[in-house]
Design a protein around this ligand. Structure first.
Ligand SMILES: [Zn+2]
Length: 67
C-alpha cells in the first residue's frame, strides 16, 4: 500500500498514509490522508462514506495523492 505512494509533488520527499484510529466500539478508521514527511504537504482529510471499507478509504487517499 505505502509503496504505491508517489514522492511529494512539492519537494520530492517521502510520503506516508495517515489514518485516524477507530473510536471505542467502532472498528473502522475515522479518516485517511496522505502527508509528506519532509514539508508536511498533504491531501485533504477523507472521511469514510456510508458503508465504505477501510481499504477503500485508504485507496481514495492514495489516489488523491498520486493524481
Ligand atoms: Zn514535500
Amino acid at each position: 500500500m505505502a509503496e504505491m505512494l508517489r514522492p511529494c509533488p512539492k519537494c520530492g520527499g517521502k510520503a506516508k498514509l495517515k489514518r485516524g484510529l477507530p473510536n471505542m466500539g467502532n472498528s473502522k478508521i475515522r479518516y485517511a490522508l496522505v502527508q509528506c514527511l519532509e514539508c508536511n504537504y498533504k491531501t485533504p482529510t477523507l472521511k469514510p462514506l456510508k458503508g465504505e471499507s477501510d481499504k477503500s478509504l485508504k485507496e481514495r487517499a492514495i489516489r488523491l495523492w498520486n493524481d
